[in-house]
Design a protein around this ligand. Structure first.
Ligand SMILES: [Zn+2]
Length: 276
């Protein structure tokens, strides 16, 4: 039995993770989950309400460690959110993507998770498996799981994964924190792309053909970010904006109706007082 009974993931935080996971088809992406832990008789419940994107320092396959500096910055951010929301928010877990591979945590993932649990036994890990295509109908699917690590029954020096039940919690709108994180995604990707391009042009010498090739690859990557990240994000934000405008109209109409009812009640109360 693990230390966490189940995890609730807010829909807007899920959307942010998903956009991040779908932003890179060749490399894993990662981030941290912010939320609160609620202790109940049935066990400990983790509610994830926001996420924070992280840059992977070590881009080798399966290497998704988080640096001390990243953890420290993320803790400060979680504290800011806690003050703003009045909730007991902190870093409660991490997530990473598995592009084109199974959703199950690798041996390294389970070890990394065990290391985090040494600092916080209720820390959870989320994995988003994406870009998996059904060869028959060419439909792509996204799978996600939440897991913790347990000491292996067979060998106490080894760890094994433990699946943690996870539910999506419906949210009325995108929270300010998740909106900020979502809009920071294109900036982060562009920054990474430009950094990689700068490093390449410094080392490629004066060969014009090589320079042209590198510039073309860079342009292609920037177009790819626009097509796969910025354009869908813009659509989501435009739709959210339209929904908010409709909601405002509904609330204004309701407000007007209530004002009329109040005025009628006041008028009838004055008439009754005069009559008595
Ligand atoms: Zn992994």
């Amino acid at each position: 039995m693990g230390s966490v009974a189940f995890v609730r993931l807010n829909c807007d935080a899920y959307l942010t993770c998903l956009m991040h996971a779908l932003s890179n088809e060749t490399e894993e992406v990662m981030g941290l989950c912010i939320g609160e832990m609620i202790e109940k008789i049935s066990g400990c419940e983790i509610n994830i309400s926001a996420v924070l994107l992280l840059r992977r320092m070590d881009k080798r396959k399966d290497r998704v460690e988080i640096s001390v500096e990243q953890l420290s910055n993320a803790s400060s951010y979680a504290e800011e959110l806690a003050i703003k929301s009045g909730k007991n928010l902190r870093i409660v877990g991490w997530y990473h993507s598995h592009p084109h591979i199974t959703v199950w945590p690798s041996h390294v993932d389970v070890q990394t998770q065990a290391m985090y649990q040494m600092m916080d036994e209720t820390f959870v890990g989320l994995i988003f498996s994406c870009f998996n295509e059904n060869k028959a109908n060419l439909h792509q699917t996204v799978e996600m799981i939440c897991f913790q690590s347990l000491t292996s029954m067979d060998d106490s020096s080894q760890y094994q994964r433990l699946e943690v039940p996870m539910y999506l919690e419906r949210t009325q709108c995108l929270s300010e924190a998740n909106l900020q994180t979502l809009t920071s995604l294109p900036k982060t990707l562009m920054h990474e792309e430009c950094e990689a391009y700068d490093a390449v042009i410094k080392s490629c010498g004066n060969c014009i053909l090589t320079k042209l090739h590198n510039a073309s690859v860079h342009t292609q990557s920037v177009c790819n970010i626009t097509e796969t990240v910025i354009s869908p994000l813009l659509q989501i934000l435009e739709q959210t904006h339209t929904n908010h405008k409709l909601k405002i109209k509904e609330v204004e109409a309701e407000n007007e109706e209530l004002r009329k009812m109040l005025a009628e009640l006041e008028a009838s109360s004055i008439t009754e007082n005069k009559a008595s």
